[in-house]
Design a binder for this molecule. Structure first.
Ligand SMILES: [Zn+2]
Length: 373
């Protein structure tokens, strides 16, 4: 298949760089995307020798071809569980049923396979927990050294898990933003930054989320897709996946996309409803949905562009609703992180407000076990 010799391309100025460069942004300061990739979705490009994420590897840069087999733990192709709530037909994509118990394995598997192909021997990453778990697991599996920076107050279970993967855990004094700044400093000193925010190879993995739903629903998508949004790793992956399905003729129009933020840390929501082109930082007032508590999202402007291009929207979920829907999920047998409960809360508020009668899919991003304090 042609068009898989990809490169990094600057989202701001269009400059390009090789995928093997340990580079987290452009010389102009702009963020990097994957360029040169023809990923128009075609049923003939699916690979039956892989179970999940790498089933779609012909829609990814060819740099992973030599290493995906060593990286994969059969992540992906998670089930779609039905959840009837208030008359809305919800399908929960059970993405916490992954090797490290969160959806981040989609992105980490692809990013780390690409890092291995580039001869990387050691990586640094910062995370509120889930992405750190994921990167640490795949680094260990591929024999790559790994240091994960986490903010103080991170769930002990997440820290124990990172350590179990033989990675170094560094607890950074301060908040999530201070942690990101500490990792960025290492990246600027030349260390490979296995970041789910900066490194666009991560989104090559998260885009498979929507391919799977399309296949699981018999070659179609539900009328609406809701995703939790902090740094936007799933939203930006969803955007890529939907464009790919559309380009290949697998879908004739975009489904409704609903981005959900926690009301107590909702910079994207504020920018979107204010009609802004960039996202101004907010103060994180503290939310149980720690996976999306990102006060200053690096790809904020890109998320706004993506949402407007898709005709999507942003909603916020209040703390009481996050707790309430978490309890409802548990009662239905689904023990997910509060971030996932926030997604249900936001999606339900949207559905009720719109009088929505169709099918709505959303992810159960992380296991409830991970966020216990
Ligand atoms: Zn640039």
């Amino acid at each position: 298949m042609a068009g898989r010799e990809a490169f990094f391309v600057c989202h701001s100025c269009g400059a390009s760089f090789g995928l093997a460069e340990a580079r987290h942004r452009c010389t102009c300061g702009g963020l990097l995307d994957v360029g040169g990739l023809d990923d128009a979705f075609s049923a003939t490009s699916l690979c039956d020798d892989a179970h999940g994420v790498f089933r779609y590897r012909r829609l990814m840069p060819d740099v992973i071809d030599g290493h995906w087999r060593n990286a994969t733990m059969a992540e992906g192709m998670t089930g779609l569980a039905e959840l009837g709530l208030g008359g809305v037909d919800i399908r929960c994509k059970m993405d916490y049923a992954m090797p490290t118990l969160s959806f981040k394995d989609r992105g980490a598997a692809v990013l780390m396979a690409a890092a291995k192909a580039s001869g990387v021997v050691s990586v640094v990453q910062d995370s509120s927990g889930n992405a750190g778990n994921s990167i640490a697991a795949y680094a260990s599996r591929l024999g790559i050294g790994c240091e994960i920076l986490v903010p103080e107050g991170t769930s002990p279970n997440k820290i124990s898990q990172i350590k179990a993967y033989n990675a170094t855990v560094t607890i950074v004094r301060g908040n999530r933003e201070d942690t990101a700044a500490a990792a960025l400093k290492q990246a600027e000193a030349g260390r490979y930054y296995a970041s789910h925010v900066y490194n666009p190879m991560f989104y090559q993995g998260t885009k498979t989320y929507v391919y799977e739903i399309w296949e699981q629903m018999g070659g179609r998508l539900p009328e609406a897709l809701a995703v939790p949004v902090g740094n936007g790793t799933l939203l930006l992956g969803l955007h890529l996946g939907l464009k790919s399905l559309f380009a290949g003729g697998a879908i004739g129009r975009m489904p409704m996309v609903i981005a959900v933020q926690a009301a107590r840390c909702a910079p994207l929501y504020r920018a979107f409803i204010g009609g802004k082109r960039t996202v101004a930082p907010v103060v994180n007032e503290g939310t149980a949905a720690e996976g999306i508590a990102i006060a200053a999202p690096v790809r904020g402007a890109q998320m706004l562009e993506a949402l407007r291009e898709m005709g999507g929207t942003v909603v916020e979920a209040g703390e009481e609703d996050i707790i309430r829907y978490g309890t409802l999920l548990s009662k239905s047998g689904i023990f997910a992180e509060p971030t996932s409960a926030a997604t249900v809360a936001g999606a339900m508020a949207w559905a009720v407000g719109e009088g929505f009668k169709g099918t709505l899919a959303l992810p159960m991003c992380g296991s409830g076990l991970k966020s216990l304090h």
